[in-house]
Design a protein around this ligand. Sequence first.
Ligand SMILES: Cc1cc2nc3c(=O)[nH]c(=O)nc-3n(C[C@H](O)[C@H](O)[C@H](O)COP(=O)(O)OP(=O)(O)OC[C@H]3O[C@@H](n4cnc5c(N)ncnc54)[C@H](O)[C@@H]3O)c2cc1C
Length: 334
Amino acid sequence: MIETDICIIGAGPVGLFAVFEAGLLKMRCHVIDALPQVGGQLSEVYPHKPIYDIPGYPEIKGLELVDKLIQQIKPFLPGFTLGERVDTIRQLPDQTYELASSEGTIIHCKVIAIAGGLGCFEPRKPVLAGLEKFEGRGISYMIRNPSLYEGKKVIIAGGGDAALDWAIYLADIAKRVTLVHRGDTFRGLPDSASRIFELAREDKITLLLKSHLTKLTGEDHLTHVGITDHQQNEQHLATDQLIPLFGLSPKLGPIADWGLGINQNAILVDTLDYSTNRERIYAIGDINTYPGKLKLILSGFHEAALMMQSAFHFVYPREKLNFKYTTVYGVNTF
Ligand SMILES: Cc1cc2nc3c(=O)[nH]c(=O)nc-3n(C[C@H](O)[C@H](O)[C@H](O)COP(=O)(O)OP(=O)(O)OC[C@H]3O[C@@H](n4cnc5c(N)ncnc54)[C@H](O)[C@@H]3O)c2cc1C
């Protein structure tokens, strides 16, 4: 079981900055996210796009901002559990909370900060007969541990950054990587697309363009994937793993069942401190709603600062909170 003062659900920009605001008040945080990487929408939706409205940065790319946030919170030694969704929360008799993840991780905390953005990102799945039967038995939608693909025959489907990046990465460690894509050009970064064509020319990957997945075969585990090209020729490729990477779409998910006030897929909060209708549970960033709410990163940063001031009283009920400038007191770690 993981013990912490504050459990932050969501490692998007707001969840990450909340660690900093908590750390200034000497509160320890554990951050959990359903995605295998930190950054939320910045990493998942627009990693290479410039953002122009982050104070102090005339222009900064999504992933650069995530890197800066990680640097900023490093002194406070947050714990991270990635690739696991928080499914349930349970209040204990002493008012603290126990959270359980999709993989069975238990986190015990005094306060919950929900920074869940638009909710959990669910993979967009191909429409194929027998898909569910092979999920976890030869089909996965995210790569959590690349070493699992060492020496394996892997088929990746998709034409975006995730498909290109993983095809390039796995080309070095898998027995054979086949990349299947509907079009003949890619949506991903031009540099990555060039690298893919180069690897195909060098016969380090198999590239099947203008092709799509049509059939899954196997008994207990997927063994073959039918792939059909634009001229309707179908081939059956032997494989150990099929990884469709067609992007992710957000769903509020389990948060909807936690007894919180919800309006149009967002959690209702009091703008005094961004608390929800359940004591010790706060909601910050895109996941919350209130009159005048703007779904912007800077709004979430402000909410994180105010929320942590309020949470302090649950973590240190006998201590008085003194407001301090970092210019005067610096960033004192634990
Ligand atoms: C295309 C695009 C462009 C944008 N441009 C700008 C811009 O220029 N400026 C700006 O300020 N904003 C912009 N935004 C909005 C900005 O990205 C969001 O305001 C910001 O990402 C919100 O951060 P967050 O941390 O609240 O949520 P998110 O970034 O959505 O992160 C939430 C995280 O919570 C996780 N999560 C949810 N539920 C659970 C659960 N039950 N268990 C575990 N994890 C969970 C999710 O996996 C996700 O990683 C843009 C958004 C998009 C889509």
